[in-house]
Design a protein around this ligand. Structure first.
Ligand SMILES: Nc1ncnc2c1ncn2[C@@H]1O[C@H](COP(=O)(O)OP(=O)(O)OP(=O)(O)O)[C@@H](O)[C@H]1O
Ligand SMILES: [Mg+2]
Length: 262
């Protein structure tokens, strides 16, 4: 707030009012500053105060865009924030960083681009985009304000385990976004967890206003039910390299074993 105060000294009241509205409402920031009118679920995510966000949304629904906006807003309005964006591999990290740095420039942030995957703002915030293919390269960052896991269902559990402790001290926010990829992994576990408090958003393709019914019916016929239900239906199905069905594995375990000794 102090940084904002210094930056806004001598500004017209209308500019001040706009700046405060944008600081308090990331959805208004998205539409008025970045030109992205959020879909209803995107608005819920952007206006959420939840520390844990789970986005199980169809391909091309705007998951990466929404969280890039969240990263941009956090970097701008929380001076000194560290934002980590973790993607599947190097190319996707560059892509997501490009989205975020594009938004930062659009919002007129004063920033220095450090390299193809990180930048530092004049207010001390940093946005760092990292490939999630090696847990060792993720260690060493401390107290992030926001961690974004793009395509989380495809990431290694070891990578998630390397990142989780970073949030302990900062009480930072964590956003996992993906389409499902089998009944396994930390994204699947989080989606079904009854103990962790997540804000869950599930948006199958028919709820995305930019995906037509004709496109979907062609896709269903072309890629088949297995892929279609995951990519567009947000459904967790057994992976095609899984030897046994999930329900068969579940039935093989007894949850009420008889004692070995009386
Ligand atoms: N609210 C919106 N209004 C208009 N266009 C949008 C909106 N949200 C996202 N888009 C556009 O939709 C396209 C897909 O967005 P994005 O890449 O964020 O989706 P995604 O869910 O991450 O897709 P994928 O699963 O393929 O990674 C982009 O061209 C993006 O600009
Ligand atoms: Mg994406």
């Amino acid at each position: 707030m102090l940084y904002m105060g210094v930056r806004l000294m001598n500004q017209a009241p209308a500019t001040l009012a706009r700046e405060f509205r944008h600081a308090l409402d990331p959805a208004a920031f998205a539409s008025e500053r970045l030109g992205v009118i959020p879909d209803p679920w995107q608005e819920r995510v952007l206006q959420s105060s939840s520390r844990r966000l789970l986005l199980n949304c169809t391909r091309q629904s705007g998951k990466s865009t929404t969280t890039a906006i969240l990263a941009t807003h956090t970097a701008l309005y929380q001076p000194g924030a560290l934002i980590l964006m973790i993607s599947r591999a190097h190319r996707q990290s560059m892509e997501l960083f490009g989205k975020c740095s594009g938004f930062l420039k659009q919002a007129d942030a004063r920033l220095a681009i450090d390299n193809a995957m990180s930048c530092t703002l004049a207010n001390g915030s940093r946005v760092i985009s990292l490939p999630g293919d090696n847990p060792d390269t993720l260690r060493g960052y401390s107290a992030p304000s926001l961690v974004i896991f793009d395509e989380a269902a495809f990431a290694l559990d070891a990578v998630f385990m390397a990142v989780r402790p970073m949030l302990a001290v900062s009480n930072g926010r964590l956003a996992l976004l993906s389409t499902p990829h089998g009944k396994r992994g930390f994204f699947y576990d989080a989606w079904h967890s009854k103990t962790e408090t997540w804000q869950r958003e599930r948006i199958p393709a028919e709820q995305c206003p930019r995906i037509s019914a004709e496109f979907l019916s062609t896709e269903r016929a072309t890629i088949g039910e297995y892929w279609f239900s995951q990519e567009y239906g947000c459904e967790f199905v057994e992976t095609n390299d899984q030897l046994f069905r999930e329900d068969a594995i579940e039935r093989a375990f007894s949850h009420a074993p008889d004692p070995l000794f009386a």
